[in-house]
Design a binder for this molecule. Structure first.
Ligand SMILES: Cc1cc2nc3c(=O)[nH]c(=O)nc-3n(C[C@H](O)[C@H](O)[C@H](O)COP(=O)(O)OP(=O)(O)OC[C@H]3O[C@@H](n4cnc5c(N)ncnc54)[C@H](O)[C@@H]3O)c2cc1C
Length: 474
């Protein structure tokens, strides 16, 4: 059977937050855009609410609601767990950080710059906005592979379109496009198929991934006062972290995630213990689920001729939390600006798309890359070691605030001196911490010097140094 043909300026694979927001931005600028999404419209997103960076939502045009009496209230805020609004009316208090061994909590909490956002509603709204702006969104259309020159070094890649299959009719469609965008999530189906282009095609493997799950439960109102329902992270537990977050007065999200590796614990086991310790948490599960979460770093380049990646497919995720919705939204906004200019100049070449690399890596990617090194090194600390650092106020709420919010902020000299004094009895541990900070600093600086323009020579020099820096992670 001959394939059907279609032609768009931009063809996007995946209608998650990254793909859908990019489609909205480009279509609103008069660019013809098609989005191919393998799921149905109703299956977009996740059946729970995620912690999403407020700044990213605001930049994407969502009004962050007002706070009333310490909770979100009003426009866009849900009145009950299942209504069709975007944000949970959760409490706004510093996030408590508990020691991994649960023997205490850090002196101060974390200023948590996220808002709990319904992923089904966000997914649906973003896809609707894309359609309203003029993008064609095709559900139940699975993207299979790229068309064009997809082998060789970065400069030789020339993507010209996509092969798509309709899951309903079985029809094959050959889509030609000036630009193809991989927004397929952490599997990065298209980016990783660019054979030979090691600058862009890195597959995420075990060390880049975590496994997380969460359950949203009804609370027994008569028992809540007896229970410990303080919003918190048990940070650093089992090479990951666990949390409770109150949504409404009578609903709570309990969850956790750990590094994806052979022999890892099942986070659900810990979550069940957390539930058992809180008699007000009933068996009534309202929402929930789990899956693989990306916590790794980006490939060295997010673009090639006629090609770009956004969201998880581009590694735009906070490695210290696995929160990637904000990264996908921010990445899509950065990409949209550059793509609009490239389209206006007549071609989506590697040179024309390069400013997306530059703006991403010098603004956000530098933080995420440095944090990924920090996470890699500190993830292997034992519960006892992390508890020691927290008890001694070395891993303090102040230190964890930027880390958890996706910002790399090396300690100032006063904090360094305090660390040395408080941790003097554990020199090996301090050395490990120091190594992580120093490496983070070097990586941060290196990404801030990301080449401004495409030039094979300077990029390969930049890449070689980046590879050496990451190879320094023990
Ligand atoms: C259990 C869990 C908890 C999480 N918690 C948080 C959190 O609290 N905060 C946060 O910010 N992030 C969280 N995340 C991560 C977050 O979900 C992702 O970072 C985010 O969804 C990335 O957006 P994206 O648009 O890049 O990709 P995705 O949302 O993964 O979207 C990719 C889309 O591409 C489609 N697709 C894939 N392959 C194809 C194909 N071949 N053809 C067509 N379509 C295809 C998929 O169906 C999907 O709709 C969590 C993830 C999990 C699993």
């Amino acid at each position: 059977m001959n394939a059907e043909k279609a032609n768009y300026q931009v063809a996007i694979a995946g209608a998650g937050p990254g793909g859908a927001l990019l489609a909205r931005e480009l279509a609103a600028a008069g660019i013809s855009v098609a989005v191919y999404e393998s799921k149905t419209e109703n299956a977009l997103g996740h059946n729970w609410s995620d912690a999403v960076e407020k700044s990213a939502l605001a930049a994407a045009g969502f009004a962050i609601p007002d706070v009333d009496n310490g909770r979100y209230k009003g426009h866009l805020v849900k009145t009950h767990e299942a209504d069709d609004n975007l944000f949970e009316p959760h409490r706004i208090v510093p996030l408590q950080i508990r020691y991994p061994d649960l023997s205490g909590a850090t002196k101060s909490g974390v200023d948590f710059k996220y808002i709990t956002t319904d992923r089904k509603v966000l997914g649906r709204r973003l896809a609707e906005y894309a359609s309203q702006a003029g993008a064609k969104v095709f559900y139940q259309h699975r993207v299979d592979n790229l068309i064009g020159d997809t082998e060789g070094p970065l400069e030789n890649i020339r993507v010209k379109g996509l092969c798509v299959k309709s899951k309903k009719s079985g029809a094959s469609i050959e889509v030609s496009a000036d630009l193809v965008v991989d927004a397929t999530g952490y599997l990065s189906l298209l980016r990783t198929s660019l054979a030979g282009a090691s600058a862009i095609n890195r597959k995420f493997s075990d060390g880049d991934l975590a496994y997380a799950c969460r359950t949203v439960r009804r609370l027994d109102k008569n028992r809540v006062t007896q229970d410990d329902l303080t919003d918190h992270y048990r940070y650093g537990a089992f090479k990951g972290y666990f949390w409770t977050h109150l949504h409404h007065e009578d609903t709570i999200d309990i969850g956790g995630g750990v590094r994806e590796e052979p022999g890892r614990i099942d986070p659900m086991g810990v979550i069940k213990e957390m539930i058992a310790e809180r008699p007000s948490v009933t068996d009534e599960q309202l929402r929930g689920g789990g899956g693989i979460v990306l916590v790794g770093k980006s490939p060295w380049s997010l673009v090639a001729n006629g090609f770009a990646a956004v969201g998880d497919a581009a590694g735009q995720v906070i490695p210290t939390t696995g929160c990637g919705v904000g990264g996908a939204l921010t990445g899509a906004m950065f990409a949209a600006e550059v793509i609009k200019t490239a389209m206006a100049s007549g071609a989506c070449t590697l040179q024309a798309l390069w400013p997306y690399n530059h703006s991403w890596f010098i603004n956000r990617g530098c933080h995420f890359a440095a944090l990924s090194a920090l996470k890699e090194i500190l993830q292997d600390l034992t519960h006892e070691e992390i508890t020691f650092l927290m008890k001694k106020d070395i891993m303090s709420g102040k230190m964890l605030t930027p880390t958890i919010n996706g910002v790399f902020e090396p300690p100032d000299s006063l904090t360094m001196a305090k660390t040395l004094t408080n941790g003097i009895s554990r020199p090996m541990l301090l050395m490990k911490l120091n190594k992580a900070t120093m490496l983070g600093k070097k990586i941060f600086k290196h990404y801030q010097n990301y080449p401004e323009y495409w030039d094979a020579g300077s990029f390969s020099q930049w890449m070689a140094r980046a590879e050496r820096l990451f190879a320094d992670i023990p």
